[in-house]
Design a protein around this ligand. Structure first.
Ligand SMILES: [Zn+2]
Length: 183
């Protein structure tokens, strides 16, 4: 039986998850940064691409080390999220292939943003995080759009993941804003 806690090592001054260094810090660090770049689409894109790239590298090495199938890998991500305090996560594959919906209840970062007055989904960090994880999991280029958020009064945060063409067809306006050529 897979157990996340067995993959965590805590030593004096260092914590590792699957041999990768991790750290615990207040949600407000990330939340205040997201608030600071809110409305700056270029900075948002840079953050998205940078986090996505980092998570691809992290997840590809993880998947190779454990020889994970994409389905088992997805289930493992859900456990990582719960363990790391990133909310209660569930997912649904919406089409055969590489598209799906991820739902997160009680995402602490977005609760923080909501409590600070953020009213619309505007977190390129978490979108990039999920995009990189999914790209590494499915071994293909996957992007992500958050379509519902507790910041805009919903019960949960909802993310669609899939190839760019899929997202463009399904959410043309949001796609153009996040990934389009013109801004
Ligand atoms: Zn949200």
């Amino acid at each position: 039986m897979f157990s996340v806690s067995k993959q965590v090592a805590i030593e004096e001054g260092a914590i590792t998850l699957n041999k990768q260094p991790v750290a615990i810090f207040p949600i407000s660090f990330l939340g205040d940064y997201i608030i600071n770049i809110k409305g700056d689409l270029n900075e948002g894109r840079r953050l998205y691409e940078s986090v996505k790239k980092g998570m691809i590298e992290f997840s590809v090495s993880l998947g190779e080390e454990y020889q994970l199938t994409s389905r088992i890998f997805l289930d493992r991500w859900i456990k990582y999220c719960g363990f790391a305090g990133w909310g209660t996560v569930s997912y649904k594959i919406v089409e055969e292939g590489n598209c799906g919906i991820l739902s997160i209840a009680e995402l602490p970062l977005h609760k923080y943003l909501r409590d600070k007055g953020v009213k619309v989904p505007s977190d390129p960090l978490f979108e990039g995080f999920i995009a990189g994880s999914a790209s590494g999991t499915f071994k293909t280029d996957i992007d992500v759009i958050e379509t519902e958020c507790i910041c805009s009064g919903r019960d949960i945060c909802v993310y669609y993941w899939g190839p760019k063409e899929y997202l463009k067809e399904k959410f043309p306006d949001r796609y153009e804003k996040l990934f389009g050529e013109t801004q």
